[in-house]
Design a binder for this molecule. Sequence first.
Ligand code: ADP
Ligand code: MG
Length: 349
Amino acid sequence: MIEDKNPQKTSISQLGEFALIDHLTKNFSINHESTIKGIGDDAAILDFKDKKIVISTDLLIEGVHFDLAYMPLKHLGYKAVVVNLSDICAMNAKPTQITVSIAVSNRFPLEALDDLFAGINHAAKEYNVDVIGGDTTSSQKGLIISITAIGEVDLDEVVYRSTAQDTDLLVVTGDIGAAYMGLQVLEREKQVFLVNPNSQPDLDAYSYLIERQLKPEARKDVRLLLHALEVKPTSMIDISDGLSSEIMHLCKQSQVGCNLYEDKLPLDPQFINVCEEFDLDSTTVAINGGEDYELLFTISINDFEKIKGNPNFTIIGHMTQESEGIHLVTRANTKIQLKSRGWDAIAED
Ligand code: ADP
Ligand code: MG
């Protein structure tokens, strides 16, 4: 499906480790004052003065977290950075630096790694983070990418998962479920392609969904939007595994319950159409699909007026006492207990 636009193939084993690192990292630039020393020595040096430092790491394994059959390497590089920056944003912090470590088999030519690093560099520029180091090694099989993201924050601005109150409102940014349906579309096209490699898929009707899957964005704007509204979330998490699972995390760690309202879920029209096409229930997909990288947070009921009607935010529910449990309230006004994967009807109401 992905055309080979790089017929030239340079073997990385010929290049040697140091030449490879030099080649891959030559386009990175340093823009933050807090970066005293980036790539080039045994370690990087950072100086955050009076700010606190936030750190998060992710590991991405070929065949487990990504499939190169439909994930172009440039997109993979971009996404690998973005998913890490999303974790920094979920602490209400500002991403500032990343490190990039890769293990790669010699099945990958240099041109493939160039694509991967073009995506990484694009994300680094887009999100204004300095690439300050990493590691490059060989692997027996496949590609492994580990990115560590670093951010800065004032201690009184940090937002944890564990501090929601039982009277708070539950808010989500953007819309949800689209990345999962994008993956379904890509999986389907991959199967079609395996049967008929000459097929030219027309993916216009799925463009938003595919973009959400292949080129997700971290909500770095939310910290600033909320700051301007003078709202500090009482708890926050990013949506990587799925809304339902993230709500469970907030509730468990904050020792509260939650009512989530089916009719409030922010769904894109294309998402609704394609769920119908795949004969999937859009609510089930929206709450269980992952990789949206939107932010889910709670606010004090006193901040309701500041958030109400804002196109960036949707109030989708409210927290309750822990003993009330964690439920989806359906359009038919029945309560269904939320599970981290899938959900079951229970005999209430
Ligand atoms: P060491 O032998 O101490 O591990 P390396 O020779 O691996 O050092 O790395 C040299 C420099 O290049 C270091 O600053 C390191 O952080 C950086 N580096 C190595 N691989 C990468 C990579 N994939 N991305 C960014 N920087 C890298
Ligand atoms: Mg090294």
